[in-house]
Design a binder for this molecule. Structure first.
Ligand code: 2Q2
Length: 326
């Protein structure tokens, strides 16, 4: 990864998916920003990214152009995060996968910590979140410039998971988030970190029994084609950041930086409305597409994870407790 050029990186993972860049747009552009993410074209993350691109171009009179690469086409989440300091990408959509640089972000990853979306939003506007964002800037050299609210994460499977007994030994893909691994292990499941782009195939081939994600990614990645059940676990609630390489941002002229930051704020509002409109519709659509929604008895799941932070992430205990009280 460290030795490959920008060209090889793009070629390796397929350049074809970028929003088409017309020659006249290129001609005027002084700066090109590459925005890489894991979601499909109909996901509100992508629609938000496209709106950001439109706004940046408008605000800079075409001097800054944003190329958007959906579907992990420029790289997985991890490859993108590692590629940003190398100039292989500039922006992405990410949160607790940045824990390998900024471990404090894992305070937002614990199962059953957030009660509802209002609680998540209170946290995102809190001093605790500001501190985590500062760690991300200092340690990951990535600047959060917007965030998207997400729906709760649900476990999908090809058989119902009604009780914690049904989850014993369940082979489950999780993103590269150590807290998710710890929580699911405490539950008795068998979690494996894996890139999002590999999840569909792994479920199709039966390499894993399932995965967990909000409605939006379950729908746009078409997981309903390979998973019959959506278990109503709602175990994790979060928002996710849009980040830009701190050094890349600082390399832009001041007016260009301002354009990027104000476009990001507008993208956040734009995406929020699309997300809120989609969330209820996706619930019905997933059922119409054949997924059976299963009520899961969550009490024992909550008990199973109750001591995970204290025992395995003691340095996060204060932050997690404070978040719980927001
Ligand atoms: O399952 C996924 O890959 C996403 O839903 C993740 O939550 C997301 O990409 C996180 O890894 C963000 O850091």
């Amino acid at each position: 990864m460290l030795n490959i050029s920008r060209r090889q990186f793009g070629g390796m993972v397929g350049m074809g998916a970028a929003a088409t860049l017309l020659p006249h747009r290129r001609a005027k552009a002084q700066e090109v920003l590459r925005f890489s993410h894991i979601a499909a074209e109909d996901n509100t993350w992508h629609l938000g990214a496209l709106e950001f691109a439109r706004l940046v171009e408008e605000k800079t009179d075409g001097e800054v152009v944003v190329e958007v690469f959906p579907n992990s086409s420029l790289g997985t989440e991890r490859e993108t995060l590692e590629g940003i300091p190398l100039g292989l990408a500039d922006l992405t959509i990410t949160s607790d996968s940045m824990a390998q640089w900024a471990p404090s972000i894992l305070a937002m990853s614990h199962a059953f910590l957030f009660r509802d979306s209002e609680h998540v939003l209170r946290f995102m506007e809190s001093e605790i979140a500001r501190g985590i964002e500062q760690d991300v800037i200092n340690q990951a050299r990535l600047r959060p410039i917007a965030y998207f609210l997400r729906g709760p994460r649900y476990l999908t499977s090809s058989r119902p998971v009604r009780t914690i007994d049904d989850a014993q030994g369940f082979k489950l893909r999780v993103p590269n988030v150590p807290m998710f691994v710890a929580d699911w292990s405490a539950i008795g499941a068998n979690p494996t970190p894996m890139a999002f782009a590999e999840v569909f195939g792994a479920m199709q081939q039966g390499v894993i029994d399932g995965q967990e994600n909000p409605f939006a990614l379950i729908h746009s990645a078409k997981f309903y084609e390979v998973q019959s059940h959506l278990n109503l676990t709602a175990h994790v609630r979060q928002a996710i950041y849009v980040v830009i390489g701190e050094d890349r941002l600082m390399s832009l002229s001041e007016p260009h930086q301002e354009a990027v930051l104000s476009a990001a704020a507008e993208m956040q509002d734009y995406e929020r409305q699309l997300f809120l409109d989609a969330e209820g519709r996706l619930e019905t659509e997933l059922q119409e597409l054949g997924m059976e929604f299963v009520p899961t008895e969550l009490g024992p799941f909550r008990e199973a994870v109750a001591n995970v932070v204290e025992e395995q992430f003691p340095e996060l205990a204060d932050a997690v407790a404070a978040i719980g009280e927001l």
